[in-house]
Every structure is written in C-alpha cells, then in structure tokens.
Design a protein around this ligand. Structure first.
Ligand SMILES: NC(=O)c1ccc[n+]([C@@H]2O[C@H](COP(=O)([O-])OP(=O)(O)OC[C@H]3O[C@@H](n4cnc5c(N)ncnc54)[C@H](OP(=O)(O)O)[C@@H]3O)[C@@H](O)[C@H]2O)c1
Length: 248
C-alpha cells in the first residue's frame, strides 16, 4: 500500500514545519504548499534526505483563490492512488493595537484566516468525498472561542472558521472523512513573538503531535495543550456583563 500523503498549506509556519517533520518521520510523504517556494523546496529536500520520504513544494497563496483548484489537482497527481490528507496552517495575526491604529489591516486578516481558508477547503471537499479516506486538520485558536478586548479581530476570524468547519465536518462525515478543528493556546512561533507572558505557551512540536494524533483518531475538536479545554469552558460561561469589564 502507498504511504499516505500530507498536503500542508502555509508550510513555512513553525507549526506546519513541525507537522511535516513528524508526518515524514511517521512514514508519510509530504507536499509543502506556500508562498515562498524556494524556501519550501529547500525544506522538502531536507525532508527527503532526513527521512527518505517523497517531499515537494507547491506554490500556494491563500488570497489567490483562482489558483486553489490547480494546486489541489497537483496534490492529487502527486498522491496518485495514495491517501491524501490536508493540514491547514496558514494565518496572520496583527496585534489588536496595530489593527486599531490602522483598520486597513482588517481586510488582510479576514482574507487570509477566513476567506482564504474557506476558499481552499471548499474546493478540496469534493476531492475528499471522492477519496472517502484521509483527514483534514485545521488550525483555529482558543481566541476564536470568545471575542476578547485584546484580540477580537483575529479571534473573530478563527471563530468564524470554526463555524465553517462544523458544517464541513457534517458534510465529510458522510464520506467517512474526519475534519479536525485544532485550537491551540499560545504557541512559541514567530506569530506569538513578544507575547512572553502568555500562559501555557506550547512548542510547535507539541501542537504537531496533537494534530497527527487527532487525525488518526478522527477527533472533532482538540485543545492544545489540554488545559485550554477546561479554561475555555469556564471563560465561555462568564456572563457578558462581567466579561466586558475584564482586561484580557
Ligand atoms: N502561534 C500561536 O500562538 C498560535 C496560537 C493559536 C493558533 N495559531 C494558528 O496556527 C497557525 C500557524 O501559525 P504559526 O504560529 O505557526 O505562525 P507563523 O510561523 O507566523 O506561520 C504563519 C504562516 O501563514 C502563512 N501565510 C500567511 N498568509 C498566507 C497566505 N496568504 N497564503 C499562504 N500562506 C500564508 C505564512 O506564510 P509566509 O511565510 O509566506 O508569510 C506562514 O507560513 C495560524 O493559523 C495561527 O493563527 C497560532
């Protein structure tokens, strides 16, 4: 039987790189899709040498939906008869203060985190319905569980993406394909640079391991690390009249 293939969207993300390494170490072939194909080709070469797996780079810009179908077809061709899996990592997070100072940033955040994600996932859905196998794993965030003073534009894009994934999960369940929503708290990557005082900071490798485990089990929603589940359960229960006064 052919090795499974992971198509990784936003493959230069620190979490995505950890997923690519873990998947290749586990015997999968990988496709690294993103905007800097020269850099991704170098990473693919490293994976080929290190793990002896097939690995290649694909040109992908979440904002250019006209290229999504062709990119997905290239992934299908690369996989051939093998089972294709999809990991969606791309995203962007200007701080709330930056957005407040320059609301022109809003379009880019929504376009990458929500519109771009939905565009590519919706085009991928028929491929997974036909395949009747594989998994889709998508990074949202605990920030999407409740809009908070210090990060609500970014948080709202992840919350909206989470709602989309609920519908996609119901659709692909009918074809036996799990859709996994991964909600990390802060992760030690370029995106969280400067947020050193954040609680429960996770390493990209921890998130990657949780993503691949959830894909195998077909888990619907995963908080990483786990304590974010009870924390967010409590945070969601706080009445709005109190929550609006919190400086978080
Ligand atoms: N770090 C955290 O604390 C944290 C917490 C919860 C959730 N997350 C989520 O985890 C995911 C990965 O983030 P990370 O922490 O690994 O951050 P990261 O290293 O900054 O990675 C972000 C990635 O998104 C890619 N990207 C942005 N816009 C794109 C576009 N239009 N088309 C294609 N790729 C695009 C970037 O590619 P370029 O290299 O081309 O810019 C980069 O590879 C994100 O969705 C983020 O929201 C992160």
């Amino acid at each position: 039987m052919s090795a499974p293939v992971w198509l990784i969207l936003g493959a230069s993300s620190a979490i995505a790189r950890a997923v690519a390494r873990a998947a290749a170490a586990d015997g999968a072939d990988v496709l690294l899709a993103g905007r800097d194909t020269a850099d991704l080709e170098a990473s693919a070469a490293d994976l080929r040498t290190r793990f002896g797996r097939r690995a290649a780079a694909l040109d992908f810009d979440a904002l250019d939906s006209t290229g999504h179908a062709a990119m997905l077809q290239r992934a299908r061709d690369f996989a051939g008869e093998a089972t294709l899996n999809l990991f969606l990592a791309f995203g962007t997070m200007p701080s709330q203060a930056e957005i407040d100072a320059d609301p022109a940033l809003i379009d880019g955040v929504i376009a990458a985190n929500y519109t771009g994600a939905v565009n590519v996932l919706h085009r991928a859905a028929p491929m997974f319905e036909a395949q009747k196998a594989g998994a889709l794993v998508v990074l949202t965030s605990v920030a999407g569980d409740r809009g908070r003073l210090k990060n609500y534009v970014y948080g709202s894009t992840k919350g909206a993406l989470g709602a989309y994934l609920q519908g996609l999960r119901a659709r692909l369940f009918r074809s036996g394909v799990p859709v996994v929503t991964v909600k990390p708290g802060p992760v030690d990557t370029a995106m969280s640079y400067g947020l050193n005082d954040m609680p429960l900071m996770a390493q990209p490798e921890t998130v990657a391991a949780a993503c691949l485990k959830a894909a195998k089990k077909g888990t619907e929603i995963v908080y990483v690390p786990f304590p974010w589940w009870p924390i967010m359960t409590i945070i969601k229960l706080i009445p709005e009249r109190i929550f609006k006064k919190l400086n978080i």
